[in-house]
Ligand binder design. Structure first.
Ligand code: NAD
Ligand code: GLY
Length: 347
């Protein structure tokens, strides 16, 4: 078992261990006194893993009910959040009870926001079951839902009480979801850790499971360090957005249909690197990305993507931040006016 202690305003542990879902009840009862919980999950994950979690909770005297919603980003909204609140009232959840997010980033984000706002805040545990959620969304305390005006526009910072990463759960992930998580893993290598990048470039989508625990540990440790330095996203944390400004624009151009976040981030990283870095670095990045069945270019014309960039959350008044890795393992935040960014990208 590997443990990473995240020292944010509310410190907590991230436990990384194969097969840890089976002992999650014991791990949770070590840190939370209440014997009453609500598990929030989606319909796919519910069928695969709720049974194991319920058994483990019950073995440790924790009584839990399960709230299930349809899988996918379209559930991360106010309607589902309202139904979660109604369920919590129906189950008479009090301030000392807690929620468990069992699933990917969608489950983690909406459960975290429910925990941040129900009764003005109750504890929650993250049990991430996608690679993206294990290496990124379950750690760091960003929670949110989507509204008509855009993705993740309503949310709160709410750190979990505990995160349990069982990499065995990743074996049931469809390949596209594994690829999506790998885009974020490659990002961590590019921004902070050349050795991690080398591990990703010497493996591929078929054999990456062999080194999964090491990868998950390294990515979380990088995120821990960044989040500890900038919990509320005022500066350094922005480097986690490498490839994301253009990535979100590409996802938006595709109307978020048949185009994953990981595909957008992969192309976004290539476009920025191609524009600002050496051909050698660009070549290494592209080769690595392709070995995880992710795209390295987009059919979306640049002039149609740029308007999406200026409406991104990373855009403040008339300026935009973008991240460049001139050397693998090291990132720099650059801030320019929106028109300057357009000129640079078109140039
Ligand atoms: P997701 O939660 O929709 O999961 C992807 C799919 O995989 C779903 O259909 C789900 O049912 C299925 N699934 C989950 N675990 C599975 C398993 N073990 N086996 C088989 N199928 C499984 O998507 P995601 O990629 O995990 O997360 C994306 C979300 O995370 C977005 O809403 C994004 O905004 C958010 N996010 C948040 C942060 C943050 O810091 N809070 C960071 C990055 C992304
Ligand atoms: N996923 C970006 C962040 O946590 O800041």
């Amino acid at each position: 078992m590997k443990i990473i202690n995240v020292r944010t305003s509310r410190p907590y542990d991230v436990i990384i261990e194969r097969d840890s879902l089976k002992k999650s009840g014991h791990l949770i009862s070590d840190i939370i006194k209440s014997k009453k919980a609500v598990i929030i999950t989606d319909d796919t994950v519910n069928k695969l893993y709720s049974g194991t979690l319920l058994n483990s909770l019950s073995e440790n005297g924790i009584e839990a009910s399960v709230f299930v919603f349809p899988h996918g980003e379209q559930s991360k909204n106010l309607t589902v959040l309202g139904k979660i609140f109604d369920f919590l009232c129906e189950k008479r959840i009090t301030r000392s009870d807690f929620l468990i997010a069992l699933g990917g980033g969608v489950v983690g984000d909406i459960t975290g926001f429910a925990a941040a706002s129900f009764l003005r805040g109750i504890e929650f545990i993250q049990i991430p079951t996608t690679l993206l959620a294990q290496v990124d969304s379950s750690v760091g305390g960003k929670t949110a839902i989507d509204i008509a005006g855009g993705k993740n526009l309503v949310g709160a910072f709410k750190q979990p009480a505990l995160v349990i990463c069982d990499s065995d759960t990743l074996h049931t992930l469809p390949q596209e979801e594994l690829s999506c998580g790998m885009a974020e893993v490659i990002k961590y290598g590019m921004i902070r850790n050349e050795k991690l990048f080398e591990i990703t470039e010497t493996h591929n989508i078929s054999n990456i499971h062999k080194v999964m625990d090491e990868i998950v540990y390294t990515c979380i440790d990088i995120k821990r360090n960044i989040v500890e330095n900038d919990e509320f996203d005022k500066g350094e944390r922005m480097i986690l957005n490498f490839g994301h400004t253009l990535g979100h624009a590409i996802e938006g151009w595709h109307n978020y249909k048949n185009y994953t976040h990981g595909m957008g981030v992969a192309v976004g990283m290539c476009m920025i690197t191609e524009r600002f870095c050496t051909p050698e670095i660009t070549e290494r990045l592209k080769k690595c990305i392709e070995s995880y069945k992710l795209p390295i270019s987009t059919e979306a014309p640049l002039n149609e993507l740029l308007p999406y960039c200026s409406t991104d959350k990373k855009c403040e008044s008339d300026s935009i931040s973008y991240i460049v890795c001139e050397k693998i393992g090291s990132a720099e935040i650059r801030r320019v006016s929106v028109s300057e960014f357009e000129k640079l990208m078109e140039g």
